[in-house]
Design a protein around this ligand. Structure first.
Ligand code: PMT
Length: 408
């Protein structure tokens, strides 16, 4: 796949979405909407049982495609399952009942969905949803193992409150995780085997127990990088000051200060292959943190004495062996000159120059506009796009670095 297409994994793709008979079938409507938002064409196939929970009309209205329910709907289309399977780029069943999982595992074909499953030649994913005891049954787990062995991806259900009134593992995975799994299934696994550390958010340097010196970084750029690397097969650890929930299946280490961030990275550095420092790290911190809240009445004016924080990237570049170090430069003036200076001074493999004067780029925004600067002087302008797409462009660039080692 052309790397520049990588970030829009679902764009222009046809997803066959199987809806089977469980209460979570109603969530399929929102799932359709999310997949369509990603640029996919969604063709829904419903089992008879699914239609007890939600109507085909709901899905036809959302997808703009006739929802299919019958193997032999008309004499003119006796080979519907073949036609469907041939046009599928991705086969997803969400929610998947124990019954459909058993049929897939045994190769039974007694309705349109199970018949199509036997013909597909594309990535296949199932997101089980059922009662906790049913999910735990050996036969269900064995059937899932069979599918896994055949290369199907199982999107594990979540723990939580279930429609049957009990609580436990069996609730349909959250829809964002399902969409992320779909993207991942279509993207190249070109970061498989890579251990990637990403930092995100602005550090907070305490002044007293209730105040800190911070900045406007939301963590979105770092989170997007973590998600993109995960989608492309990397093992990702996100070291974050941000309170955003972590992207699916990503280890998160929460820190506050530059010193804590440095310690968290140092602990993991020898094991990792790539460090991407999207975090906005304070350059200075209060020399002494007041033990108690600083009182207004005690001071006519307040002068803060600040000391430098450890420069994390500069520290890492002194001890790095195989690791690739990727920095960001958030600048309000002389963007490229300042970024180039940081690239050289911190001995980085790549720097992402980020003009933070713009409203649609940098701190807090959903989109970003960056320029990639390489040590050999080569530059690459990345136009405005959502941060997840920018993240994929940065990964594309990392793949071209001389120190990048394929690990799959
Ligand atoms: O989080 P968002 O709201 O999505 O915003 C994203 C962002 C604007 C924060 C991000 O895209 C960005 O530009 N991050 C870098 C911000 C920054 O601190 O840049 P800097 O020029 O001050 O630092 C240069 C590099 O050195 C950075 O990679 C930084 O992580 C690193 N650094 C800085 C200081 C320090 N003590 N140690 C460091 O390692």
């Amino acid at each position: 796949m052309g790397q520049k297409e990588g970030m829009k994994a679902l764009k222009g793709k046809t997803v066959i979405l199987g809806i089977t008979g469980g209460i979570a079938a109603y969530k399929g409507a929102e799932l359709c909407r999310l997949l369509i938002q990603e640029g996919a064409t969604v063709q829904v196939v419903m089992t008879q049982a699914a239609q007890q929970f939600i109507t085909p009309l709901t899905f036809s209205t959302i997808t703009g495609q006739e929802t299919l329910t019958e193997t032999f709907a008309s004499d003119s289309q006796p080979l519907k399952h073949i036609e469907l399977a041939n046009k599928a780029d991705l086969f997803l069943v969400a929610p998947a009942t124990a019954n459909i999982i058993a049929k897939f595992a045994m190769g039974l074909a007694d309705d349109l969905l199970s018949t199509t499953a036997l013909v597909i030649n594309c990535p296949a994913l199932v997101a089980p949803a059922m009662n906790v005891n049913m999910y735990a049954k050996t036969v269900v787990q064995e059937n899932l193992s069979i599918l896994k062995r055949r290369g199907w991806k199982i999107i594990e259900p979540e723990e939580g409150f279930l429609a049957c009134g009990t609580s436990g593992k069996g609730r349909l995975a959250n829809l964002e995780s399902i969409v992320a799994a779909c993207r991942q299934a279509l993207l190249p696994s070109d970061f498989e085997g890579q251990k990637v550390l990403v930092t995100a958010g602005g550090t907070r340097e305490p002044l007293d127990p209730v105040r800190y010196i911070g900045n406007y970084s939301s963590g979105k750029m770092g989170y997007a990088l973590a998600q993109a690397a995960k989608e492309r097969g990397a093992e990702v650890t996100l070291i974050s000051t941000s309170e955003l929930p972590p992207p699916p299946e990503i280890d998160i280490v929460r820190v506050q200060t530059a010193a804590e961030m440095l310690a968290a990275i140092q602990e993991r550095f020898s094991e990792c292959d790539i460090v991407i420092k999207a975090a906005a790290v304070a350059d200075f911190r209060p020399g002494n943190m007041a033990e108690q809240k600083i009182k207004k009445g005690d001071h006519k004016e307040l002068n803060l004495s600040l000391e430098p924080t450890p420069d994390i990237l500069a520290n890492l570049s002194k001890v790095k062996e195989k690791q690739l170090l990727i920095g960001f430069a958030a600048e309000t003036q002389d963007l490229l000159q300042n970024a180039k200076k940081k690239l050289d001074e911190k001995n980085l493999d790549l720097i992402v120059a980020n003009d933070v004067n713009r409203k649609d780029a940098g701190f807090g925004s959903e989109t970003n506009v960056v320029t990639l600067l390489y040590p050999d002087g080569h530059k690459e302008q990345v136009p405005k796009m959502p941060k997840l797409e920018v993240a994929h462009r940065i990964l594309d660039a990392i793949r071209t670095l001389p120190g990048f080692k394929e690990r799959n």
